[in-house]
Design a protein. Sequence first.
Length: 404
Amino acid sequence: MPFNRRSFLEKATQLGTLSALAPTAFGATGPPDNEKNTFVTGPYLQNVSQTEATIMWVTSKNSLSWVEYGAGMHLSLKGYRYRNGHIEANNKINKITLKDLKPGTTYKYRIVSSEILNFQPAKVQYAEAIKSPMYTFKTPGTNDEEVKLVIFNDIHDRPQTIPYMLYRHGYTGNKPDFDFVVFNGDCFDNVNTEQQVFEHLINPAVDIFAKETPFILTQGNHETRGAFSRNIPDYFAYPTEDYYYAFTQGPVRFVVMDSGEDKTDDNWEYSGLAAYDQYRVQERAWLEKEIESEAFKKAPFRVVLIHIPPFHSGDWHGPLHNRELFAPLFAKGKVDLVLSGHTHRYGVHNPDATHPYPIVIGGGPLEGNRTLIKLHANAKELNLRMIRDDGEEVGKYTARKTKT
């Protein structure tokens, strides 16, 4: 649906005034009983593949929720979430995956939630359902010849960056110039509350694009910190239970890595709760299999998304451990590009004797150093542009297919 530029700028201004996290609107027990059920946030798209799409939203009251959808003009299908024979109900966080979709097809959908007023063994009482407007999304095609995406990194609790950068550099007219968005780590300083996750990432994404265009959150080292950090998987959808995975869209095989923390596991800041060395070793075993997979080998281009770059990121333990474990496999797999953040120093580091692949590092959170990376690939060529918040192009890279 079309985007209104004026409301876009107004939203950016509103988000820019957030100076501190307010207490949650209605506390841990939820809203008062006499308040009506509402959509707290969403819907937002996750994991849209050729045959599946996950739609997420959060309600203010415990509910039974579902998605009404269809490929034509009518919403003739319903999607629920199932667990062990149960239709999921009496919950607020909704994560419903629509399956058996057709590749390259546009679907209409809306979300529906009915508050559960009384949950008895043989009788459940529901309130009148609330419904969203209709939205659309399109599944990737099996023979798509191109893919476009934009990449943020290191926003660090400055949600105004999202509308500011997308409004100026992510749209052609009112149409988004991307198939999906990547938040490549450190969207937060520390993850402390649910409201922070809503206000500083999900809500801006929903307001701007995420009802109809999916996004990916890769884990940065700051996503690992804070009392609410262990709840992050509840609010996002991944192909597996892990933060590392791979998928193909158009001519690109995307390899999403989790670089973990940047200090040793026994560092005092982690209070004895970190085990990232073991985790990265486990991740390396997965990566060894991924670079030998048919999907990886046959892709015209292979792009790695990882928050901490394996080079050009200092000599702390985390960067060095990532380098030791992952860099040789990136080289062995002949990846075409590594996209990172973490250092807050934007730059394009061309292939050299230490890394036979380019490493592109995005900027930091402060005005004058914020960047948006735009990636466009077809079967023959991959093009990258990095744009600073003042509109200046501060990096570019092109890779051409030479494989037969």
